[in-house]
Design a protein around this ligand. Structure first.
Ligand code: SAH
Length: 398
């Protein structure tokens, strides 16, 4: 029941630096039990590199989950890793029983292909790779043992599953059925996670640090006019309202997201609705309309969906990032503040910064980078694995 992957010469170098992926072209040969779905990975020299899960249907043929030869992703291994992830979060996050946090962030937590979020006492997981299908029962048992949740909900409906020939799956996996969106607290705010039908696992936990930064900046600016583009359930917009924005205009193409935003607005007494407008619109067109109407804002948030999905689309995606950032520069009053984000794993921070520079230059506006934004501690980045830093942002003065 064991399998060994021998890599080609030189293909061990990124692995030794921490990159967990082994592409099909890096493998010289494989030997052992062809039915196994875990393997020892060896360098061309024969030295041991790590233990990996196997993905025969995918270009990413193996994913290293541990560098210790004895490591296994069996019941015991899963339980140990979940326990470790839980203990670490308890130190880092202090989210509390009515809070929310990402408990497992795939490779960064030594569990490639697994995403696990908690909203109060509900767990939501995504299985992104084939080896998890066989381990699904073991995973559920471990989740119950480690976290004692009331409900475990599955959202294995991400596109990436197709790379491994997997069909989407979503629904109740264990425990009590859900009674609508799940209320939870983040700092002073009361939010809702639409676990059943929302994006990803229902809520963008990855913007928690940026939400706090926004609250601080809105207070600092006094009573800014705020524009929140790609708002989803408008957590940024609602926080700006609570922090004293004189007006908030939020835009997204999704009508269900606006409904959820209205429900969250009603839960937070400080988010008075007279100062709030949420438009359903295509952001690219709506930004142009605002420009043509000579509207001005003091603070703009741009948090678009992933605009670069594959290597062949990098230039096209960069043009889209530049387009919206250029329009935002024009819509900002002098001295205005831009919160701008990219969640494209293929665009690194340096390149994204260059795009913002180019946008400001074309808009003939001076630019100052004031702070970097990015993933909170419950989405740890793995050294040597740039893909684990997918979210990057800047606070810029324009
Ligand atoms: N800022 C949000 C997350 C945004 S995710 C938060 O912190 O919760 C990106 C959003 O962009 C999604 O809600 C999606 O519906 C929206 N979107 C995608 N394409 C769009 C377009 N062309 N115009 C407007 N909104 C769009």
């Amino acid at each position: 029941m064991s399998l060994t992957l021998h890599l080609k010469t030189g293909r061990d170098i990124p692995i030794l630096r921490g990159h967990p992926w082994i592409m099909s072209g890096a493998i010289a040969r494989q030997e052992g039990d062809a039915a196994a779905d875990e393997a020892d990975v060896l360098a061309a020299s024969g030295s041991f590199l790590g233990r990996a899960t196997l993905h025969p249907a995918s270009e990413i043929r193996a994913r290293i989950f541990d560098t210790r030869p004895e490591a296994r992703l069996d019941e015991k291994g899963i339980l140990e890793r979940l326990t470790l992830a839980k203990e670490r979060r308890a130190h880092w996050m202090a989210a509390g029983p009515d809070g929310a946090e990402r408990l497992v962030f795939s490779e960064s937590d030594g569990l490639p292909g697994l995403i696990l979020d908690r909203f109060a006492d509900t767990l939501v997981f995504q299985l992104l790779t084939a080896p998890w299908e066989r381990r699904r029962t073991a995973l559920l048992e471990a989740l119950v043992a480690v976290f004692r949740p009331s409900t475990i909900w599955e959202r294995s409906d991400a596109d990436v599953r197709r790379h491994e020939g997997l069909e989407p799956r979503r629904g109740l996996a264990w425990g009590a059925p859900l009674a609508g969106p799940i209320p939870f607290r983040e700092g002073d705010w009361q939010f809702l996670a639409d676990v059943e039908n929302g994006h990803k696992t229902g809520f963008y936990l990855d913007q928690s640090v940026s939400r706090h930064a926004l609250s601080t900046w809105v207070r600092r600016l006094g009573s800014p006019r705020v524009l929140n583009v790609f708002a989803y359930t408008d957590t940024f917009g609602l926080i700006a309202l609570a922090a004293g924005a004189s007006s908030v205009l939020s835009m997204d193409s999704s009508a269900p997201a606006r409904d959820m935003a209205s429900r969250m607005q009603a839960l937070n007494p400080a988010c008075e609705s007279a100062r709030w407008e949420y438009r359903i619109a295509d952001a690219f067109a709506a930004l142009r309309q605002l420009r043509d109407a000579a509207r001005q804002f003091d603070l703009i948030i741009l948090d678009p969906p992933r605009l670069v999905n594959r290597k062949s689309k990098v230039q096209e995606g960069l043009r889209a990032y530049k387009d919206i950032n250029l329009l935002a520069c024009k819509l900002l009053a002098p001295g205005g503040i831009l919160f701008t984000f990219s969640c494209s794993g293929l665009v690194d921070r340096t390149l994204f910064g260059k795009v913002i520079e180019g946008a400001a230059r074309d808009a003939r506006r001076p630019l100052q980078f004031l702070a970097d934004l990015g993933q909170p501690p419950d989405h740890p980045r793995k050294p040597g694995f740039p893909e684990s830093e997918y979210l990057k942002g800047f606070i810029a003065g324009v």
